[in-house]
Write a protein that binds this ligand. Structure first.
Ligand SMILES: *Cc1c(COP(=O)(O)O)cnc(C)c1O
Length: 232
């Protein structure tokens, strides 16, 4: 039967197989279930099947779901573009932000992170495809950003996130993810303790895992196709 529960099982199996095939430590790839465009009840179904990390792209849509599910021990990941007038709620309601690409946004998240919470986990979003339309930093800006935000102690800079242009060729997918990994390696060599690569979606998770992903963000393969209203 094609249910959230069975699809979640399938995705876990795909991750396990890829970890094994590409020589990753078993369990080294975390699964973020991307629930944008889906109902709180669907999130709860995945939660009941053991899923704990969920990703949302739109603050307005996420806030009521987070409130509805507040008694569950869910780790919330913000993965969409961050607008500066939305940072206060993001800093207070989320455990991770994958999509930081400007100093101004990083500063606001830092300043607005509630003191009683641990530092906010942050990934810097880089633009591998060099498409004008995609969010994310080019490489020159990445070096500048990382220096400008290094002293923000309410943020924990964990790693890099990328959304390469969609393509169905495995070698081409790997090539794009390999570039993200190379940037991580360079930053680690400069003394940045980055332990996270947030890369891989329903259509390219195996290629991402082959190139060292530690977090895959999976929506469609778990929850099914999104309606056009929530489509990004
Ligand atoms: C929607 C989205 C995903 C999930 O994509 P699927 O193809 O449905 O798995 C992952 N990451 C980001 C940033 C997204 O916006």
């Amino acid at each position: 039967m094609d249910t959230i529960q069975s699809r979640l099982q399938e995705v876990r199996q795909r991750i396990r197989s890829a970890e094994e095939l590409f020589g990753c430590t078993p369990g080294s790839v975390a699964l973020i279930a991307v629930s944008k465009g889906k109902l709180a009840s669907e999130i709860r179904t995945a939660y009941d099947a053991g899923q704990r990390c969920f990703g949302e792209s739109y603050l307005q849509e996420a806030l009521p779901k987070i409130a509805t599910l507040s008694e569950l021990d869910i780790e919330w990941h913000f993965i969409g573009p961050v607008q500066s007038n939305k940072t206060r709620h993001i800093a207070a309601q989320f455990d991770w932000v994958h999509s930081v690409d400007r100093t101004k946004i990083a500063r606001r998240l830092h300043d607005q992170r509630p003191r009683q919470l641990p530092p906010l986990n942050v990934c810097l979003q880089i633009n591998i495809s060099q498409e004008q339309s995609k969010q994310g930093l080019d490489l020159d800006s990445l070096g500048t950003l990382i220096h400008e935000i290094q002293d923000l102690d309410r943020l924990r800079i964990r790693g890099l996130m990328a959304i390469p242009a969609s393509c169905n060729d495995f070698a081409a997918q790997r090539h794009m993810f390999a570039q993200v990994r190379q940037i991580q390696v360079q930053l680690i060599a400069k003394g940045w303790p980055l332990d996270t690569l947030s890369m891989g979606m329903s259509n390219d998770m195996e290629a991402a895992i082959a190139e060292g992903s530690t977090m895959v963000r999976i929506g469609t393969a778990i929850f099914g196709e999104r309606g056009s209203a929530a489509e990004i």
